[in-house]
Design a protein. Structure first.
Length: 500
């Protein structure tokens, strides 16, 4: 292996501008904001996982209050050049991970600043000289770059990831290290450090690379040491620039209809030459790895029926649905695009299916209210992972539904869904065939998600009375009767010419 010249931008994490607006932070803009030096990082360990098409990081840090008074606000500092790349940011007490995540607000600073901040509100003020272990988890979208940027159709693909050996922090850090988990042992290039520690750096063990530990108590805040690793990743880097997901609730039909519309892009290496169908057939026959999207597998909830697969041209027959056996097991929808999607190529399509509504809907006893519990997103489940730049979820409720509320539910561990206050939402009418007032539609918009959010649940509560359910059939019946009476009345008008 040979070390490469140290370069690349410092990678950190921050929330997108849209999330800042949704969070409703009360902090005013401060062009020269500096966090008070009330804390010190005793020990910091950053774990970076590069086994998927996006970087997933977990930072565990032991924090000590060095002030004379109790403190409840801990600031995180991040470079501004990754402002729109972060998703799923979550902070918990490492020793009490079963408790709810901490509240996190963005501190609005001058956009021209090189540093941005988050304010973490501890559930209880930390007493002087006391310590707490924070678990900070997040992932970075579009943070991996192919190198070389263009390859032959059958060549292996390599990605690069850049970061700083010194983790960005608003406070002094005594000791720190970074652990990398790579998808393979084929790592032709990586940065080696000099003077940061005794012995070789990084230390390598299989697919794991460890930079540090470093004694950084005397290192000035803001100091960086660029690191770049280049590793084999002969899989597609799947990115959905937009996912539109519709869930239509029908009380009369007892049905939940789901449709998802995807705009996919492969962020991997592009092809040097034109695509060869003969070479592609040979690659498939030999079952060789490829950086193109060959197929997508969708796990569907038990009882899913009537699946379909349509792209811009029309119905795609290269799909197969395997219902769950026994019926309580998940089904599998396997999709094969019309053409392999290589680096730089796009593919747009839609899929849909139906489910029994009783599986997801419950009525609140004694009142005219209903509770709908559905997955926030589903999507393909593939080893290389999927990253979503923008997701729009629309829940179309029956006509007359009102007082619509929603909440999101996650597991004990972080699975990539931001807090509810960082999700844009609005309720609007949605008119379909033979509607009177129009159906009630709840629309949720969120940016920077990953397939780790598949385990999150969306709970929608709404009021819906008997009269609301009878509104459409009564209106239609009244309209038909009115039409019949009008036709009968017009037919009985005497329009004959008679003598007076």
């Amino acid at each position: 292996m040979r070390p490469i010249t140290a370069f690349a931008a410092l990678c950190g994490f921050f929330l997108s501008s849209s999330s800042l607006v949704c969070a409703g932070s009360s902090a005013e803009a401060h062009s020269s904001f500096k966090p008070p030096q009330t804390f010190k990082n005793i020990n910091l360990v950053r774990n970076t996982n590069l086994e998927k098409g996006y970087a997933r990081e977990t930072v565990n840090v032991v924090v000590e209050n060095v002030d004379k008074a109790p403190q409840s606000t801990y600031y995180l500092s991040f470079p501004s050049d990754v402002f729109n790349k972060v998703g799923g940011l979550e902070v918990r007490d490492r020793k009490s991970s079963e408790k709810k995540p901490f509240d996190v607000d963005a501190v609005s600073v001058d956009l021209a600043s090189d540093v941005q901040y988050f304010a973490i509100e501890l559930p209880e003020p930390l007493a002087p000289k006391s310590q707490i272990t924070l678990g900070i988890s997040y992932y970075l979208l579009n943070s991996l770059s192919p190198r070389p940027a263009a390859i032959q159709q059958a060549d292996k693909q390599y990605l690069t990831y850049s970061f700083s050996a010194y983790v960005p922090s608003a406070y002094p850090t005594v000791t720190q290290k970074t652990k990398l988990k790579l998808p393979s042992t084929n790592v032709p290039d990586y940065t080696t450090t000099t003077g940061l520690k005794s012995g070789s750096d990084p230390e390598r063990q299989g697919t794991a690379y460890t930079y540090g530990p470093y004694n950084t108590a005397d290192v000035a805040l803001g100091t960086t040491y660029p690191i770049t690793v280049r590793y084999e990743f002969t899989k597609p880097v799947i990115t959905a620039s937009l996912l539109e997901r519709d869930l239509e609730v029908s009380h009369w039909g007892g049905n939940l209809a789901t449709e998802e519309r995807y705009w996919l892009h492969n962020n991997g290496s592009k092809l040097v030459n034109q695509f060869s169908r003969v070479e592609w057939t040979l690659t498939n026959f030999q079952q060789l790895p490829s950086s193109a999207i060959r197929e997508l597998k969708y796990p569907l909830k038990p009882g899913s029926v009537d699946p379909y697969f349509i792209d811009d041209i029309g119905n795609v027959s290269t799909s197969r649905y395997r219902p769950g056996k026994p019926p309580k097991r998940e089904g599998s929808l396997e999709l094969r695009p019309r053409y392999p999607v290589f680096g730089g190529w796009n593919y747009s399509f839609r899929i849909g299916w139906n489910n029994e509504l009783s599986t997801f809907l419950r009525r609140v006893a004694g009142v005219d209210s209903y509770v709908l519990k559905v997955p926030f997103i589903e999507g393909p489940k593939v080893p290389e992972g999927v990253q979503y730049e923008k997701v729009v979820v629309r829940v179309i409720l029956p006509e007359g539904a009102r007082n619509v509320r929603y909440e999101t539910i996650e597991n004990a561990s972080n699975n990539g869904l931001p807090p509810a206050d960082q999700i844009k939402s609005h309720v609007s009418p949605h008119k379909t065939f033979m509607d009177t007032l129009g159906r009630t539609a709840l629309t949720l918009t969120v940016e920077n998600l990953s397939d780790e959010a598949r385990d999150s649940q969306l709970v929608v509560t709404y009021d819906y009375s008997l009269w609301d359910g009878m509104r459409k059939p009564v209106t239609i019946t009244a309209g038909l009767l009115t039409a019949f009476v009008a036709i009968w009345a017009i037919g009985n008008i005497d329009v004959s010419i008679k003598k007076r």
